[in-house]
Design a protein around this ligand. Sequence first.
Ligand code: FUL
Length: 451
Amino acid sequence: MNGFTNHCFCYICTMKKQLLLLIFACSSMCSCVRAPQPDYPVPTRQQLEWQQLETYAFVHFGLNTFNDLEWGYGDTPASTFNPVELDCEQWVQTFKACGMKGVILTAKHHDGFCLWPTKTTDYNISNSPYKNGKGNMVKELSDACHKYGLKFGIYLSPWDRNNAEYGKEAYVETYHKQIEELTTNYGELFEFWFDGANGGTGWYGGADEMRSIEASKYYDYERARNTIWKNNPDAMIFGGTMQTIRWVGNEQGWAGETQWSMVKMSNIDDCDYLTRGDKNGDVWLPAEVDVSIRPGWFYSPSTDDKVKSVEQLMDIWFGSVGRGGNLLLNVPPDRRGMIHPADSARLMEFKAAREAFLAGAVGSASREGRAVKVPSGHEVSAVVVCEDISKGQKISSFVVEGMKDGRWSVLAEGTTVGHKRILRFEPCCCEKVRVRVTGSYGRSRISYTVI
Ligand code: FUL
């Protein structure tokens, strides 16, 4: 043992010890007076997991399907609901083949007709000819989802144009019973959807009048949230006052080119604001982009030739998933109860187009600034950049640079990244490509693929 190092009193060692003591004292002092870290909103585990789903299907199906309606008045006879070839497995297999990770069903739309045999109203599937009143679409679809490994979610319209008590206290009880039924009998739900359309004209049990409510108070969304989470602790909530994901502010299928997953709750009535989110937002509320593959949300024979083209679907994908949102793509089954061939063929083309796009990848980097080599003759045209958002969304700007003849130059510039940012640019040949973060609110981390 070297006693010298332990007990040395020479001048240099004494100075060293004093210096160490000083540093120690300063650092403990500094930790007391350290400037507070900015209080940055971060996603919950559930929000992070939800973000991984990226694309899932919306299914609008009900009396409207059989009556060429978008918003049934609440007086359409239940006897008109009769999908004689209904096959939920065909739907789910189609969605799965398209790469979708889940399905959300309109268990009840604004007309009030329930696709499950609820105890809360007679206006339900058990009073339709479907399976002689023994059918239950919520069960059939949730079973098919479980069988094929897709997640299942529910849309339950708060507005009910059939119910005589709508606008009064009694309907609120009915609505909460419906939530209880749906959250207890159909396995795990990944998402619960509260639509924003509320009150107005309706049949209302024959009253045939206009009824207005104050949505933020009338439905008691806090109680709804408590029921949903009591029975499905990981479910995401869309709409209402207790939401954990936000509407993107339009139904055309695009998020803002600059798109933050944070918002200030006081601003969320502004559609334009919802498309972009807010870098100064104090609540993590990621965007869900809902859009229909057809002009309407429900099937109509008149739109068989108006199914969106694969180019339109790709634009939607770039504008939603490619801008850090999740895509909820509505594919309405037809009157037989099947996904119409025009829609299923288009979904397969959509899948193939996404795969072809991604197949153009020349390489990936796990950190910013790492150069990706480009094979000679290949034209680079896009980057897929992912930000690690587990500690918050930080990046406000980045550049894509290409090396030609040994010199770097800017190929493209982007703003936010978030969960995923796909940035396309003029195709060009270069030797290497890199992505650099040029603006960030704190430490950030990206990975990227060059296409
Ligand atoms: C809207 C509804 O009014 C439409 O019918 C559709 O359900 C869409 C997804 O949300 O607010």
